[in-house]
Design a protein around this ligand. Sequence first.
Ligand code: ADP
Ligand code: MG
Ligand code: MG
Length: 249
Amino acid sequence: NNLLSINNLKVNIEDKEILKGLNLHIDHGEIHIIMGPNGGGKSTLAYTLMGHPKYEIIDGEIEFEGELINDLAPDKRARKGIFLSFQYPEEIPGVTVEEFLRTAKTSVSGETQKLIPFKKLLKEKMEQLEMKDEYASRYLNLGFSGGEKKKNEILQMSTLDPKLAILDETDSGLDVDAIRIVAEGVKNFKNEKNSILVITHYNKLLDYLQPDYIHILLDGKIVKTGGIELAKEIDERGYENIKAEFSSK
Ligand code: ADP
Ligand code: MG
Ligand code: MG
């Protein structure tokens, strides 16, 4: 029985059909990668899975642990164990990284996070990501570098400990060292029970992650699924062959 099962999903944004009958099945303990040309609907899928109100489900089913979640509110999805990495567009002065994550963890787990044990947990996670201690007491996003923002997404994930983590282009814009650290952070998080859906363009990350499946999302559908060799093919030849093969269908 699948952790996540998406059947014939059709999604509109402002009356424009973006996802056009998408199917995807993720089992416990798997790493799935979604690749695809810009504008194909990858981020739309991520936001729809999280329940963002802007994305209107027209048809199809999203089942999580066997339960239909099409109409479930975003906070309830988070409590069920679905996580989407998010970047804050704005700086939030007055709220530290630690305060923010402790509040989020309390909300998602339904258990009050006591200060000292939480500090310990956060310190351990930050050490894995090679983040300095003082980062925890910095105000959210205030003067964060691109790399720090990306690491913060991985820190959110490992601290909140979801069953299904969705990472949307967490690796883009990182230098090679930061990609390695992000990849190690993902690997540290990964166990036989949880699953990850990574949206990426970047093959270096794939080499580190050793995913179980690669999916190609093209024009609102997953048109092809394979192993790492599929990513290598795209790296060498681009999407033209796949576009030619599937645009007529
Ligand atoms: P990807 O992540 O694969 O690059 P997106 O899911 O971001 O693709 O976008 C898919 C399509 O939906 C694009 O044509 C894009 O212009 C459109 N789109 C995405 N977000 C919005 C939005 N908020 N309002 C209107 N159109 C959008
Ligand atoms: Mg894009
Ligand atoms: Mg996108």
